[in-house]
Design a binder for this molecule. Structure first.
Ligand code: G4P
Length: 195
C-alpha cells in the first residue's frame, strides 16, 4: 500500500534495528484519512470472508480496526489490557507477553461480545513476535468462534510473528512488510510501485 509506505518513510523514524516510530500517524497522533484507506484496503483483502466482527487490542489497534469494521458494517470489539470497572465476570482472557515492552498483559473480552456464531477478523497495528495476535486468537477460540484471518498495518517481517501464525494455519495480510530497519533505514519486502 503505497500511501502507507510513503507515510512510514516520510513521517516515521527508525529508533533501533528493531523499532520503528510511527507516532505521527498511527501510535499517538492519527491520520484519519490514511486510517480510512487502511481500513478499506484491509477489508478488500478479506472480501471473500463472511466476517461478522472485527477484534483488536487497545490502544493502537483501534483506529485501523474502526475503519475496517465501519466499512464491513460489523461491530468492532477491542480486548482490554487493563481491568475494566464495568466488565468483571464472564470474560475471556489470555496472557500476552510483549517482547518490545517486556511486560505481561492479561487481555480480556466480555463474553457478551463474541459468540460461537462469529467469524472474526483480527486486526492490529504491528506484527512483531505475534503474541498479541495469538492472544486474540485464543480469545476467539474460547468463544467457540472462528478466525477469518489476521490483518496487520505494519509487519516487521524480520521477526517471527507471520511465520508462527501461518504455521498454525492462519491467513495473514499485512499492508506494509518491513524487511529490515538496519542502518536507520526502512527496507520494505516489496518496494513502492511508483517512486
Ligand atoms: P507482538 O504482539 O507481535 O508479539 O509484538 P511485541 O510483543 O513485540 O509488541 C508489543 C507492543 O509493541 C504492541 O503495542 C506493538 O504494537 C508494539 N510494537 C512492536 N514493535 C513495534 C515497533 O517497531 N514500533 C512501534 N511503534 N510499536 C511496536 P502495544 O503494547 O499493544 O501498544 P499500544 O497498542 O497500546 O500502542
Amino acid at each position: 500500500m503505497d500511501q502507507l509506505q510513503r507515510a512510514i518513510i516520510e513521517r516515521g523514524s527508525v529508533l533501533s534495528d528493531d523499532v520503528l516510530k510511527v507516532d505521527q500517524f498511527l501510535n499517538h497522533q492519527i491520520d484519519t484519512n490514511l486510517m480510512m484507506n487502511i481500513g478499506r484496503e484491509l477489508v478488500s483483502r478479506f472480501q471473500d470472508s463472511k466476517i461478522t466482527k472485527v477484534l483488536t487490542i487497545e490502544s493502537s489497534g483501534i483506529a485501523p480496526s474502526f475503519m475496517a469494521a465501519n466499512k464491513l458494517d460489523v461491530p468492532l470489539v477491542f480486548a482490554r489490557k487493563k481491568k475494566s470497572l464495568t466488565v468483571k465476570d464472564n470474560i475471556y482472557s489470555s496472557g500476552v507477553y510483549s517482547y518490545t515492552k517486556q511486560e505481561m498483559n492479561n487481555i480480556t473480552v466480555s463474553n457478551s461480545y463474541l459468540s460461537s456464531d462469529d467469524h472474526v477478523l483480527i486486526i492490529d497495528d504491528f506484527l512483531a513476535h505475534g503474541n498479541a495476535a495469538l492472544g486474540l486468537i485464543d480469545v476467539v477460540k474460547q468463544a467457540g468462534a472462528s478466525v477469518a484471518g489476521v490483518g496487520i498495518v505494519i509487519e516487521k517481517s524480520f521477526q517471527e510473528g507471520r511465520e508462527i501464525l501461518e504455521k498454525e494455519g492462519y491467513r495473514v495480510e499485512s499492508l506494509a512488510r518491513i524487511q529490515s530497519l538496519e542502518g536507520s533505514k526502512v527496507t520494505f519486502l516489496e518496494e513502492l510501485a511508483t517512486k
